[in-house]
Ligand binder design. Structure first.
Ligand code: PHE
Length: 337
């Protein structure tokens, strides 16, 4: 008799649960079937009056029914709590919104390319401070106070006598102070100059410095390294040329130019009619600079170079104004996806 009753309870409870479509109906259902005075509970209570055999059978059946109903109850509860939004408010047939991807800044891309090339040639990558001392930015680079060549770098001075580095060359000194030859490193980083900005000048820009010091380093090593670099970055067919130039911390000093990318050397506005674009300064580390960091110039020699970074993406992607780079305009940046 009890067994029949249990079957009936389970069937009715199941049906009513499916029909319950609000939290109120759900909790009244719970009271009626599973609550302390619910139908199932009252059967479980009266089991004690049965014979031992019946008690076992009815007891286990009643417990199974109770378990199943509890499970159905919590499922139904979950359904109802997220139900309305799924059923009515959200059109799940609409296509999803696409993600908007960011992209690397053109400067970052070129910096990474440059670092990869020089890593392949055996150079380590080191970074240094953007706030510098006069000593590293000028004095140790063979430019004592009042040296006229200091004017080549319009300098942003700070009130405490420090300055914002005008080039990455101070890192030559910092590295040679700490390490002994053989040295082979490049130093990418930000530089600052006190200049009116225009299409080709920004007050903040990037340079990559290079330095190699060892026994028997010659100008041929410098030219070979830079030629290889140009081949890897601009392609082997791109002509390059070296010409004499002056920097107080190298002797001899030179600049490297590449054939103009816009006109292939014919002469245009970008190269101011010359057919060539200067991309870096370089030279053999001045013996006095080596002496200053206690490296014997009779035993060791070295080469150094420094290149402007923005110049390269400007030429590669035909960007006509350096001020686009750090204006944070997404219309500009999104073109480099
Ligand atoms: N530091 C120089 C500049 O900013 C470039 C340079 C680096 C020249 C190393 C020679 C050797 O113009």
């Amino acid at each position: 008799m009890f067994l029949e009753e249990l079957g009936k309870i389970e069937e009715e409870a199941g049906r009513e649960l499916r029909e319950a479509d609000s939290q109120d109906k759900l909790s009244s259902w719970h009271t009626r079937y599973l609550g302390r005075k619910g139908r199932l509970t009252s059967i479980l209570k009266s089991i004690g009056a049965l014979s031992l055999e019946n008690r076992k059978e009815v007891g286990s059946k009643a417990n199974q029914v109770k378990e199943r109903l509890s499970l159905s109850f919590s499922q139904r509860k979950d359904e109802l709590s997220c139900g309305p939004s799924l059923r009515e408010d959200v059109d799940i047939t609409l296509p999803g919104r696409p993600f908007t991807y960011g992209s690397l800044h053109p400067t970052t891309k070129v910096l990474r390319e440059i670092c990869t090339i020089f890593s392949g040639l055996g150079f380590g990558v080191v970074e240094g401070p953007e706030i510098e001392e006069d000593y590293y930015n000028f004095e140790a680079l063979n430019m004592p106070e009042d040296h006229p060549a200091r004017d080549m770098w319009a300098t942003l001075w700070m009130e405490n006598g420090l300055l914002l580095r005008t080039h990455t060359s101070p890192m030559q000194i910092r590295i040679m102070e700490r390490a002994s030859p053989p040295i082979r490193v490049i130093i990418p980083g930000r530089c600052y100059r006190y200049e009116a900005t225009d299409a080709t000048h920004e007050s903040m820009f990037y340079q990559v410095e290079g330095l190699a010091v060892d026994k028997g380093i010659t100008l041929a090593h410098l030219k070979g390294t830079l030629t290889e670099f140009s081949h890897l970055l601009f392609g082997e067919e791109r002509k390059i040329r070296f010409r004499c130039d002056y920097f107080p911390f190298v002797e001899p000093g030179m600049e490297m130019s590449i054939e103009c990318l816009s006109c292939q050397g014919k002469g245009c506005r970008t190269c101011r009619g010359s057919g060539w674009l200067e991309i870096l300064g370089a030279g053999m580390v001045h013996p006095r600079v080596l002496e200053r960091v206690n490296i014997d110039p009779e035993v060791y020699s070295g080469f150094a170079f420094g290149m402007g970074v923005e110049r390269i993406p400007m030429l590669k992607y035909r960007i006509d104004d350096i001020r686009h780079f750090y204006a944070d305009d997404l219309r500009f940046l999104a073109q480099f996806r």
